[in-house]
Design a binder for this molecule. Structure first.
Ligand SMILES: [Fe+2]
Length: 159
């Protein structure tokens, strides 16, 4: 039986995990890592921002909000927009990640009248209510129609 990690061991493991990314480990990183965009001048407005409590109660619902960018928002036009956001949870000591949500943004001002002249535009934000029974890490993925696939993660503690 695998020994439970202490809080300090858990935090150290998260530093390592941040380095190997959502892909789940160094071995898988070599397969999926190149799909994700890395830090560059555009990162500030593409990286998913996960907003939720740092610590939650086991089994008690809480809200996870995900948007793109924080200080510099991403464009949301017919020509340049976020196509989708996905949210996952990976429990501590679990080799699997569990999908929480997938949200496609389908309206970007498209219209027969012309690009950007349509009557509706969906904003690239997701709010989802979940409950967990143990600590782990939340991951968010986003897809820009021009600049590709982005990721972020946030540790979640359970009191
Ligand atoms: Fe973009």
């Amino acid at each position: 039986m695998k020994k439970a990690r202490t809080a300090a061991e858990w935090r150290r493991s998260k530093v390592t995990e941040r380095m190997v990314s959502f892909s789940g480990g160094a071995g898988l990183m070599s397969k999926l890592g190149p799909l994700f965009q890395m830090e560059d001048g555009k990162r500030e407005r593409h990286i998913p921002v996960i907003d939720c409590p740092d610590t939650v109660a086991a089994g008690k619902p809480f809200v996870i909000n995900v948007t793109i960018g924080k200080e510099v928002n991403h464009p949301n036009t017919t020509e340049h927009h976020i196509k989708w956001i996905q949210v996952f949870f990976r429990p501590e000591n679990d080799k699997f990640s569990y999908q929480i949500a997938h949200c496609d943004f389908a309206a970007h001002g498209d219209s027969v009248v012309g690009s950007g002249k349509g009557p509706v535009v969906t904003d690239h934000r997701v709010s989802v209510v979940v409950s967990v029974n143990g600590r782990g890490r939340i991951y968010a993925l986003s897809m820009c129609n021009i600049h590709g696939l982005w990721e972020s993660g946030k540790d979640l503690e359970v009191a």
